[in-house]
Design a protein around this ligand. Sequence first.
Ligand code: NAD
Ligand code: PRE
Length: 367
Amino acid sequence: MKGNVVVIGLGLIGGSLALCIKNQHPEARVAGFDVQEKEMKLGLSLGIIDQAVDSLKDAVESADLIIISTPVFQTEKLLDAFRDFDLKPSVIITDTGSTKAQIMKRAETLLPEEWCFIGGHPMAGSHKSGVTAAKDFLFENAFYMLTPGKGRSKERVEELKQWLSGTQAKFIVIDPKEHDEVTGTISHFPHIVAASLVQQAKRHAEDHPYVRRLAAGGFRDITRIASSSPVMWKDITMQNREVLLAQLAQWNQEMKEVIDMIVENDPDVIATYFQEAKSFRDELPILSKGAIPSFYDLFVDVPDYPGVISEVTGYLAEEEISLTNIRIMETREDIYGVLVISFQTSQDREKAMKCLTNKTDYELFLG
Ligand SMILES: NC(=O)c1ccc[n+]([C@@H]2O[C@H](COP(=O)([O-])OP(=O)(O)OC[C@H]3O[C@@H](n4cnc5c(N)ncnc54)[C@H](O)[C@@H]3O)[C@@H](O)[C@H]2O)c1
Ligand SMILES: O=C(O)C(=O)C[C@]1(C(=O)O)C=C[C@@H](O)C=C1
């Protein structure tokens, strides 16, 4: 497609979308605007945008597609500011915010009816922020939710999907309230739990210095998302307050039941509790992105001896399989360590599985 695209908020998500649009629509011109000058400079030098925006007014007035990818309260402020601008009647405005109900309400009350606002939320990301973390494959196979709002024609939604087709995401049209309920359950509430686990460990660390040193493996996995942008999550929490309060009330009840279970100390009941959770978790789709993996990870159970990483990467290199990241999740003298290798595509991960199955006895797991 041809046209002027403006990405406002040139961070992880805005930068990744800019890359997807540039790859898929080389004839489009992608401009970037950010309140932090350095993000625009970096975006330009990394080839993520074609142009850094000097005047937001001029940029949005000549835009065919506007993508707002800022923390959600800033998105509302920007929509408000747009009312003073003379946008093209054919423009499509979308956002990437993790909450949708409040933004859709604001868009519907603030913007003139003829401007086409379609809410958006790609359900993939990372705990990293900023344009340097942007990746063109970030949304591959992920769900990308769209909330078109009242009176938006299917044609305009299709047009937006065309613009975003380079994401290789799976689009879902969803009601904004339903969106906030679902993301409240599988994204926003887990984030609060992750942050509270870290807070609890921080308190314990005051009396038990080993907590810091030994917090590895499982603790790091379950709390990874607590390293995400605090500003972004402050906004999400405040916008999805009602849903989160309801979830927290249920969680309190769940914890009361867990306390009773542990007080009663019945081994069968305790095992069943974990078994039920394991079964539901194990049945979640692993090959499509979403709430669980945001990259293609392969877990290799390797013995802990010097040179094991170069052995594994050597096998992959022989077959020219490229990986994007490698790390040891846990190494202790008496157990097998787990090597986590990340790949850019599911095909690379499959090739790696075949290669390592042929050449080693190591057990392999998908994330
Ligand atoms: N991080 C994720 O995993 C993820 C995934 C999907 C959606 N989202 C949503 O996408 C949005 C962006 O998240 P991100 O992870 O890219 O954050 P980020 O912190 O990487 O980027 C946000 C950028 O917006 C800029 N910004 C803030 N206010 C601005 C304003 N008024 N005008 C212009 N620029 C402004 C910031 O300087 C920053 O560079 C958020 O609404 C978030 O809820 C995040
Ligand atoms: O993978 C992560 O780090 C994320 O937290 C990504 C995640 C999620 O909860 O799944 C976070 C917020 C976004 O709105 C969408 C995706």
